[in-house]
Design a protein around this ligand. Structure first.
Ligand code: B3K
Ligand code: ZN
Length: 870
């Protein structure tokens, strides 16, 4: 396979101005006619025109209406090359035949439960017709779809429906026109038996937009939360970014077989079922939150990705990092900001940090790729979102908005680069951020060391910062990066000190906000080492560092344990309160891991138990915050921080602490379960979600005791639950402990829900991630379960992805977990190679130290495998 390099980027020699597509959908074969108006991209170009193509049968090709002779072009399995295209503007017509019913890659045009559906990002359009399949070729499209009226009553594509009608032989057609220029990866077509929920949204300029969510008829009642989410997203983008929707119609289609979560095709988003369909009985709070976030995400792409797109696929983070950031902000504004931030940072740490520290480390903008699909990673997306967040941290909400406005003003309708975004942000704020662009080109998570000192005589408090970016594959030496470090100083009563002036880089800077005192400042740390001295500090403060997690780094500070307990109890920055607890928990876990390895008896220090008890008893803290604050760092996060990961030791220690906490806090945990029951009807709002989160977290702690009274309690919760959030949490609590109760509960749950494949997927995932002994064999057995289907990504993701994220069995010392995965990979690669990244990532994302380079996979010739196994 060919490796493609960022440094080799060249503008296309030919531009496509308009693209008129015609699909004749058939059961056996589909015919695609593509008429393209071509113009020279570079003055006087006469080079051959190379078009991408994959799995296509070429039927004919015409230039300016004349059939092209076979000596005027060449065809190979990946290209069609027109050897001497005419000079100037010309028309090209290509007819191809494709076989969607045989397409199990779920890329290009394929069938899902009888319906037709497309997925073109990143390079799937080439499976539909010969084309310059690259995002900097932007054209206006029309799409005419023709098919059997009974089999495919609904015919959808991008833009506006401008014509439809009946044809002979029981057929009908629809003609769609998209008035906006777009790259081919945003093209979409859907045809089949679908019904829609319809609603509308009136935009800020008073335009009425029709909103439709399409599903099989029986699922329509489950689309109300998705519709709510869409309308909230449309409103939010207007309010926060002044971005209005630009067409009169917005369609969402739900398909059960889909490689990713969803896809932002212009005005025709396609979603996998899990991220649209929800009812209180069958979906959890987590599902509701995911739907809100992903509906928002795809909608926000309309501006960040579609109106302004990427010049080439190396710039993926330009649209994905920015859009992930936007969906995080959207969910924060609709829920609880601190809790959302904690969730996002936890994911970054357990999904992205291990990747950045392992053989798959790559910059958010990779330097080369073989198969682009492998780069939809936690790094490009989640670290990319953190990089965008840093602009906001530096420039504030209004400065960030100015930067966004300038970005759209300059680049609407264009395919651009990460530098263009950086330039818009800096120019709009008259700023220059030295070393900031390093975030785009250097891989690896920087470590920042902080040492503090206080001088009573001069009332000066000093923070000395140093940074280290670790070597990563292909990048042995690193340059310093621009790191915004948000800092507050906490006095001995627990209050923030007003910050008056700071000395750094040879100059004094007065700190105030229009004459008002400020309590948090952002240090611009941009060299290898720098000292920042706060003046007029009346007593030794406890510094609250990296507030709100202002940069995606590892922080190594000289805060003492008692400083951390103090911050846990007092910090006004709630994120850092949680963080202080996590640092304490990590320290504790590391010391217990050492004890475990030396076969010492494990014991829990009382200060830690007391700290958590105080949080659990708090009546002023947000309940979901409490749930997060009493949850220990994940096993993956701890392993990621060890020089040699010891999964068994980490698991034993985490289990020990959990049980010990449950034992010592039993009364408080029981009280929290009891007092957070509710008989009200299910509602997805922050207060109810928070209440359930706390109750479920406490129940999980209690069940770990495996005592008859708590098992009884969990069984009752399971039986009396009226929503999936509580029912599933109780099932998960019960299934922690091997035995008959577990078996019965799992069977009961399956019998109840076997008709609902999304719930069955949860049931697979719960068993796959279990840490009960001998789970490899259990998962192997589940592969043969009648409800499992290797061709459905959701099920593969739940069972195999879940297993790879499991704390114990995947890493079984006898290698059976790795062997199992290796075997499944080889099977899956033949059906649908794109699944690899999805769940390879999940296992990495899940925080495990899986080393794909160490897995004994045969070096298959396939692009997908070889990207990571070479
Ligand atoms: N842009 C798509 C992801 C496409 C992945 C292609 N392998 C969805 C999203 O960003 O939400
Ligand atoms: Zn996206």
């Amino acid at each position: 396979p060919k490796e493609i390099f960022l440094k080799d980027y060249k503008k296309p020699d030919y531009l496509f101005d308009t693209v008129d597509l015609e699909f004749q959908l058939g059961d056996e074969k589909t015919m695609v006619t593509s008429k393209i108006a071509v113009s020279p991209g570079n003055e006087g170009t006469s080079s051959p025109l190379a078009l991408h193509g994959c799995d296509l049968k070429l039927l004919s090709i015409k230039i300016n209406g004349t059939e092209l002779k076979s000596d005027k072009y060449t065809v190979d399995p990946r290209h069609l090359t027109i050897l001497t295209p005419p000079a100037g503007v010309f028309n090209m017509e290509i007819v191809t035949e494709i076989y969607p019913q045989l397409n199990t890659s779920l890329e290009g045009l394929y069938r899902s439960t009888g319906n037709f559906c497309t997925q073109c990002e990143a390079e799937g359009f080439r499976k539909i017709t010969y084309f310059q399949d690259r995002p900097d070729v932007m054209a206006k499209y029309t799409c005419r779809i023709e098919g059997d009226k009974t089999l495919y009553p609904v015919l959808l594509s991008n833009g506006n429906l401008i014509e439809q009608g009946d044809l002979e032989g029981g057929k009908h057609y629809a003609l769609w026109e998209d008035p906006f220029k777009k790259p081919c990866y945003l093209f979409a077509l859907v045809a089949g038996q679908l019904e829609c929920r319809e609603d509308s949204f009136v935009t800020c300029s008073g335009r009425k937009v029709t909103l439709r969510i399409w599903t099989p008829a029986q699922d329509l009642p489950k689309t109300s939360h998705a519709m709510y989410s869409l309308k909230e997203a449309m409103k939010w983008d207007e309010e926060v970014f002044g971005l209005e929707y630009d067409l009169d119609l917005f369609n969402i289609v739900v398909v059960p077989d889909f490689n990713m979560g969803a896809m932002e095709n212009k005005s025709l988003n396609v979603f996998q079922s899990r991220l649209v369909l929800a009812s209180p009985e069958a979906a959890t709070d987590g599902d509701y939150a995911a739907i809100l976030g992903v509906i928002g995400h795809e909608y926000f792409h309309n501006w960040t990705g579609n109106r302004v797109t990427c010049r080439d696929w190396f710039q993926l983070t330009l649209k994905e990092g920015l859009t992930v950031f936007r969906d995080q902000e959207f969910s924060s504004d609709l829920g609880c900001r601190t809790v959302k931030r904690i969730a996002d940072v936890s994911k970054l740490r357990s999904y992205q940090f291990p990747q950045d520290a392992g053989p798959m480390a790559h910059p958010i903008r990779p330097l080369s790729y073989i198969k682009m699909d492998n780069f939809y990673t936690g790094t490009g997306l989640r670290k990319g979102a953190e990089v965008v967040r840093m602009y906001k941290t530096m420039f504030g909400a209004s400065g960030f908005r100015k930067g966004m406005d300038l970005y759209f003003q300059r680049h609407d309708g264009q395919a651009v680069t990460c530098e263009d975004f950086y330039a818009a942000m800096c120019d709009a704020n008259n700023a220059h951020l030295p070393n900031f662009l390093q975030w785009y080109s250097q891989a690896g998570t920087p470590t920042v060391k902080v040492t503090s000192s206080y001088d009573e005589g001069s009332q000066a408090f000093s923070l000395k910062l140093s940074q280290e970016v670790p070597p990563t594959p292909g990048q042995p030496m690193k340059e310093p990066m621009f790191i915004p470090v948000a800092v507050g100083l906490v006095d001995s009563t627990g209050k923030d000190m007003p910050l008056t002036s700071i000395y750094s880089d040879g100059r004094v800077q007065t700190l105030s906000n229009d004459g008002h005192p400020i309590f948090t400042t952002v240090l611009q740390f941009k060299k290898k080492e720098e000292e920042f001295i706060f003046n007029n500090v009346p007593e030794r403060p406890v510094p609250s560092l990296l507030r709100g997690y202002s940069a995606p780094i590892r922080l190594d500070s000289d805060l003492t344990e008692s400083d951390l307990y103090f911050l846990l109890a007092n910090d006004s920055d709630e994120f850092n309160r949680w963080e202080a607890g996590q640092i304490l928990a990590r320290k504790l876990m590391f010391s217990l891991v050492a004890d475990f390895q030396q076969q010492k008896t494990l014991a829990l220090n009382t200060k830690f138990v007391d700290g958590l008890r105080a949080i659990l008893r708090s009546t002023s803290l947000d309940k979901e915050f409490i749930a997060k604050a009493i949850t220990l760092p994940g096993q993956g996060e701890i392993m990621d921080m060890m020089s040699i990961a010891d999964p068994d030791a980490v698991h034993a220690v985490r289990t020990f602490i959990k049980k010990e906490l449950a034992f010592q806090l039993k009364d408080d945990l029981l009280a929290a379960v009891t007092s957070n029951r509710s008989s009200e009807a299910y509602a997805f709002n922050h207060d109810s979600v928070a209440r359930r989160a706390l109750k479920n977290t406490c129940l999980a702690y209690l069940a770990s005791l495996n005592e008859p009274d708590v098992t009884e309690l969990a069984l009752n919760e399971y039986k009396s639950a009226t929503n999936m959030t509580e029912q599933f949490a109780a099932l998960a609590a019960l299934s922690q402990n091997p035995g008959q109760v577990r078996e019965d509960a799992l069977l009961d749950f399956y019998n109840k829900w076997q008709q609902d494949y999304l719930v069955v997927s949860k049931w697979f995932a719960l068993q796959a991630t279990s840490d009960i002994p001998g789970n490899v064999a259990n998962v192997q057995k589940l592969l043969a379960h009648p409800a499992f289907d290797m061709r459905n990504p959701n099920k593969v993701y739940s069972l195999i992805g879940g297993f790879c994220g499991s704390p114990v069995s995947f890493h079984a010392k006898d290698g059976s977990g790795y062997k199992f995965l290796g075997e499944v990979v080889l099977q899956l690669d033949k059906i649908n190679p794109q699944w690899h990244p999805a769940w390879f990532q999940r296992s990495l994302d899940g925080g495990d130290m899986m080393r794909p380079d160490k897995l004994l996979l045969s070096p298959a010739g396939d692009d997908h495998l070889s990207q990571w196994t070479l």
